[in-house]
Design a protein around this ligand. Structure first.
Ligand SMILES: *[C@@H]1O[C@H](CO)[C@@H](O)[C@H](O)[C@H]1NC(C)=O
Ligand SMILES: *[C@@H]1O[C@H](CO)[C@@H](O)[C@H](O)[C@H]1NC(C)=O
Ligand SMILES: *[C@@H]1O[C@H](CO)[C@@H](O)[C@H](O)[C@H]1NC(C)=O
Ligand SMILES: *[C@@H]1O[C@H](CO)[C@@H](O)[C@H](O)[C@H]1NC(C)=O
Ligand SMILES: *[C@@H]1O[C@H](CO)[C@@H](O)[C@H](O)[C@H]1NC(C)=O
Length: 542
């Protein structure tokens, strides 16, 4: 009897290990030490968050299906978490590294993330998710290369370069956080960084005649940015894991949280050129330039810094619509479409999300469908797993705006595993928004000005829309997405406008399977930290 029990338990644990990580796929190990350190990105000293002494943090290089074992030592005096923008963590939202899924790493402690980049390719990034840490650094690029046997729809570039662009404050992140906690709005950012450096900070040396891949991610806090290279065209090849139709652009809008790969051929006379990054849709335009240096160049940069597009949204909207999937190119698998096509499946539910800004108790807050999110005392995923009552309520946010005054709640929306849903982001405000869903990639089927109605579906691209994890919504416009809910877990849906996210413009989508099988969702990781009302809980619920 005991023996049988032991064998069953043993088989269970083997199965658990197999379920948690792909046993046949390679492992990559990382040990990261997170510290504060002095940085001078805009020429003044400030406190940055460094990873192994670096700002920005190290790039993660990986190949489809790799297991990434990342042991993070928190040497900050604050609780800390990293999250993985666009890494899907299939069946494993415990690893997502946002407060709704994962306990913060206490100061002086470490936590080992076990991620698998299952069935993914493309360009993504990681960032610190708690407090207002993102304003101090702690971010870095993630690239997932195709497996060697899978064809990539362009020749191998001479080099593959990560460009992390973003707006930046010279204020300390705790001061920014205190401004928000006090119920106020942030001032405008002070500048724009490219790979952690301000104007003229970085030099990219290239060989004339060769073609380079640039992976551009907007890791900033609120501004859409325009990216361009003097005298050079950019061929778009990939968007957050989708190989695109290879269209050529002279400038590219990168909204907060988005990632793009472009190929640039160094086909110009041997000299140096400006790489320019500037804020888009702002009255005061902030610009940072860095230098593209031809290795055989004899002339420094010259001429005017190439200007960005004007502030109208039309050109940006047209550019967004021109970004489409290359239907004959491989993704993570050889057959890009598999057995089904996203445009032929009937949607089972439509969710309309409307953002708002208002004062609650005399403090500035932001909401989705009238609910401004407040964190619970326990990560929602742990409360769900251990069946701890009273932490959150499924249905605390509605599928449509309620018309009520804005209120605070720990908003969680329920959804069925394997449902196929449509989400319409309706923006009645006069700013460009950017929305992200953890755990998923979704099809951006349509966007247009005005108010969405069912007739707007006639405009949808049901043929070759891109699948990605972050989409913009233009001012007084809508964007519609389709999502196949094939990943059980507790997933954060949030604005990427970081002050708004901090002040409540987010919620969790609880994708639920009543079966509670390891086929659908992993057990809690053996090393998962416990906190709040999950403190002291055993590995498995009884
Ligand atoms: C992290 O870095 C700090 C500062 O350099 C050092 O004191 C500490 O020992 C390091 N911790 C680990 C785990 O490497
Ligand atoms: C902390 O690091 C140690 C040493 O590498 C490791 O054995 C342990 O599992 C880590 N702790 C967590 C919670 O991941
Ligand atoms: C799409 O991908 C195919 C296959 O890799 C490639 O040959 C073709 O040039 C691409 N088409 C466009 C329009 O980007
Ligand atoms: C930086 O580049 C700008 C042009 O973008 C130029 O006007 C300025 O002199 C440069 N500054 C330094 C310190 O080289
Ligand atoms: C979608 O719905 C239509 C109309 O109800 C039906 O004819 C069609 O078979 C459905 N398609 C799928 C793939 O279920």
């Amino acid at each position: 009897m005991m023996l049988r029990g032991a064998i069953v338990w043993h088989l269970c644990s083997i199965f658990m290990i197999l379920a948690n990580v792909g046993a046949d796929d390679p492992y990559r190990f990382f040990t990261w030490n997170v510290t504060y350190g002095d940085i001078y990105p805009l020429g003044v000293r400030q406190r940055g968050i460094l990873i192994n002494g670096q700002f920005p943090g190290p790039d993660i290089f990986s190949v489809t299906n790799d297991n990434l074992i990342i042991n993070v030592y928190n040497s900050l005096p604050d609780p800390f978490l990293l999250s993985w923008n666009g890494i899907q963590q299939r069946r494993n939202s415990f690893q997502d590294g946002v407060y709704g899924t994962t306990c913060p790493i206490p100061p002086g402690h470490n936590f080992t993330y076990t991620l698998q980049v299952k069935d993914q390719i493309g360009s993504f990034f990681y960032f610190p998710s708690l407090a207002f840490h993102k304003a101090a650094g702690g971010f870095g690029g993630i690239r997932i290369l195709s497996r060697p046997q899978i064809p990539v729809p362009f020749p191998n570039p001479a080099d593959d370069i990560t460009l992390l662009i973003g707006d930046w404050y010279t204020h300390d992140h705790k001061i920014l956080q205190a401004i928000l906690d006090g119920g106020h709005r942030l001032p405008l950012p002070d500048g724009i960084l490219v790979n952690g450096r301000g104007p003229n900070g970085t030099l990219f040396t290239v060989d004339q005649g060769k073609t380079y891949r640039f992976r551009i991610s907007n890791v900033g806090l609120q501004n859409s940015l325009n990216f361009r290279i003097q005298g050079h065209m950019m061929k778009l090849v990939e968007v957050e894991g989708t190989h695109t139709v290879q269209t050529t652009y002279s400038s590219l809008d990168v909204h907060v949280g988005q990632s793009y790969s472009v190929l640039v051929t160094m086909d110009q006379p041997a000299q140096d050129y400006y790489i320019a990054v500037s804020t888009r849709f702002t009255t005061k335009v902030l610009t940072t330039t860095t230098t593209l240096h031809y290795s055989n160049s004899h002339r420094p940069v010259s001429g005017a810094v190439p200007g960005g597009p004007t502030t109208q949204i039309d050109s940006s909207l047209n550019q967004a619509r021109s970004i489409r999937t290359n239907l004959t190119a491989s993704g993570p698998r050889p057959n890009p479409q598999g057995s089904y096509h996203y445009g032929l499946i009937n949607i089972t539910r439509t969710i309309k999300l409307v953002s708002s800004a208002a004062q609650v108790n005399f403090k500035q807050r932001y909401a989705v469908n009238d609910v401004s999110f407040v964190p619970a005392d326990t990560p929602l995923k742990l409360a769900d797993y251990f069946k701890i009552e009273g932490v959150f309520r499924v249905g605390s946010i509605q599928d449509n705006p309620t018309g009520k005054k804005m209120y605070l709640d720990t908003s969680v929306m329920g959804a069925d595993y394997r449902a196929y849903i449509e989400i319409v982001f309706q923006n009645h405000e006069n700013i460009v928004q950017s929305w992200h869903l953890d755990g998923y990639s979704f099809w951006v089927v349509g966007m247009d000005g005005g108010t969405w109605t069912p007739a707007s579906r006639n405009l949808y691209n049901l043929r070759d829309a891109v699948s990605r994890c972050t989409t913009q919504v233009y001012p007084k416009s809508w964007t519609a997405i389709y999502i196949a809910l094939d990943n059980v877990g507790m997933w954060n849906l949030r604005t990427e406008f970081w002050a708004r996210q901090y002040l409540g413009q987010q919620f969790y989508l609880r994708v639920y399977s009543p079966v509670e099988s390891l086929r659908d969702e992993n057990h809690i990781p053996e090393n998962a930290l416990r906190c709040g009302r999950a403190e002291g809980r055993a590995t498995r619920p009884v």
